[in-house]
Design a protein around this ligand. Structure first.
Ligand code: VGL
Ligand code: ZN
Length: 213
């Protein structure tokens, strides 16, 4: 893997997406090697003045859970009010251990934790807009008001929450970089390749690996 050197400056933010127990091995919606991102993110975070964290934060009985739709299996799709929605195993239920950030994350200076997916009827992959693509989380306004210009996105899962967050960040006018070595994907029916292609098309910069200068 070819590592690029980065020197974060004061208008840069490291956006750490959904590094939660349920997305790590042993969790309810485990991403293969999900926990491998933890030391990579910790190393990167040490070089950033500004770190923002997201947390998937669902109600019990959330609409995105297969268990809320009798007869439908996890990883199948249904149509809901806002369009197609993949159904997931119950995960990241508010205030449970599965929803907690991975204990190995060392982000003492994180300035904001933004929670998403907390409305029972709407899922939210993106850190900016929920899956109806209309309901804002407020993150765009926060980042603009703070004068940030460039976002480095890392975390889980590369083909869902990282992808949609990065694409929305770009649409919101932020220069957006995804560091792949600090992400892992679920890869549901080719979703990993689709995500990489879609992010490139959206103007997101993909870095295979990054080390601090
Ligand atoms: C995620 C599926 C469901 C993610 C969250 O963090 O990528 N994926 N909820
Ligand atoms: Zn979720």
């Amino acid at each position: 893997m070819c590592a690029e050197t980065i020197s974060p400056h004061r208008h840069d933010v490291l956006l750490v997406i959904d590094v939660q127990n349920d997305f790590c091995p042993g969790g309810a919606l485990a991403v293969p090697q999900g926990d491998a991102v933890v030391p990579v993110i910790n190393r990167l975070a040490a070089g950033f003045e500004h770190v923002v964290v997201t947390q998937d934060w669902h109600t019990p009985g959330h609409e995105s859970f297969a268990s809320s739709h009798p007869g439908h299996d996890p990883f199948s799709e249904i149509t809901v009010a806002y369009g197609r929605q993949t159904l997931w195993p119950d995960h990241c239920v508010q205030d449970t251990n599965g929803a907690a950030l991975h204990a190995g994350l060392a982000l003492p200076g994180a300035e904001l934790i933004i929670r998403k997916g907390f409305r029972r009827e709407i899922d939210s992959y993106s850190a900016f807009f929920e899956n109806d693509r209309k309901t804002p989380t407020g993150l765009g306004g926060y980042l603009r008001e703070r004068g940030f210009q460039r976002l480095f996105c890392v975390g889980l899962a590369l083909d869902f929450c990282v992808r949609f967050s990065a694409e929305d960040a770009r649409k919101q006018g932020f220069e957006t970089i995804v560091v792949e070595s600090a992400c892992r994907g679920i890869n549901l029916e080719g979703s990993l390749n689709a995500a990489l292609q879609s992010m490139r098309q959206a103007g997101v910069t993909l870095m295979q690996d990054a080390v601090l200068a």
